[in-house]
Write a protein that binds this ligand. Sequence first.
Ligand SMILES: NC(=O)C1=CN([C@@H]2O[C@H](COP(=O)(O)OP(=O)(O)OC[C@H]3O[C@@H](n4cnc5c(N)ncnc54)[C@H](O)[C@@H]3O)[C@@H](O)[C@H]2O)C=CC1
Ligand SMILES: O=C(O)C1=N[C@H](C(=O)O)C[C@H](O)C1
Length: 257
Amino acid sequence: MSSATRVAVIGAAGRMGSQTCAAVEAAEGLELVARVDAGDDVAAAVRDSGAQVAVDFTVPAVTEANVHAALDAGAHVVVGTTGWDDDSRGRVTEHLERLAAGQEGDGPGVLIAPNFGLSAVLAMTFAAKAARYFESAEVVELHHPNKVDAPSGTARHTAAAIAAARADAGLGASPDATQDGWEARGADVDGVRVHAVRLRGLVAHEEILFGNAGEQLTIRQDSFDRASFMPGVLLAVREVGSRPGLTVGLEHVLDLS
Ligand SMILES: NC(=O)C1=CN([C@@H]2O[C@H](COP(=O)(O)OP(=O)(O)OC[C@H]3O[C@@H](n4cnc5c(N)ncnc54)[C@H](O)[C@@H]3O)[C@@H](O)[C@H]2O)C=CC1
Ligand SMILES: O=C(O)C1=N[C@H](C(=O)O)C[C@H](O)C1
């Protein structure tokens, strides 16, 4: 029997899922054992294939249920799908704790990464470091028009990290004299304005803008091709089994946090 890590991909027919299947098939030490998509029984597919790691690239409405099903089927889980919040992450943590309590040794791991692209992870890390030094901060995310959610998971994660850094530094709200037309000022994510562009030709891009009197810092990253996400996905697949509990963000795996 092969000693390769057995991997199931959920959302296998989608843009990210199909690339992930190809990347797993081409990767040394990994074996693709299940392609799962809408209409399939996730728990049965993961259990029957003997998958050790399940990767979820589906849609926000179903990703949490898929994670619980894959955990119950005995797999570690890597998640790239967006739509997670404190409540859904909390339920996964409780599930992981229940599973760990019922077994010897370390329990399973779940790694949720809003973005697997190195340029995006670095941009978020740099933005979190820069945030304390600037009076103003805003985020612009730009994506292909087939994307179903806005703002992007990456932009939410970026804005939350900026907001936390600003709070730690004792900064208040960014200056903003707007009285009318708030709908044009983007979404409010933890007090940081986030703007979403949907444009044919784009894949996934983010610009983080910081301003002080007389100066500006712009951090920009571009994923021109979904191939850019694959090294991060494969790294997560290889690492998740040695990280019991819930990890949020590839920055922790890359030692950037
Ligand atoms: N973390 C990251 O680096 C990245 C995350 N994403 C996120 O990944 C998710 C998927 O993106 P795309 O692949 O572009 O979407 P997509 O729409 O191309 O693919 C989604 C797939 O999920 C399937 N699906 C729907 N319900 C299902 C269910 N109940 N069980 C199994 N499969 C189901 C669909 O049939 C489809 O094949 C989105 O949330 C997106 O924001 C996308 C790119 C990178
Ligand atoms: O839907 C996408 O395409 C992407 N989704 C993720 C997000 O919402 O941040 C990651 C990346 O931006 C591509």
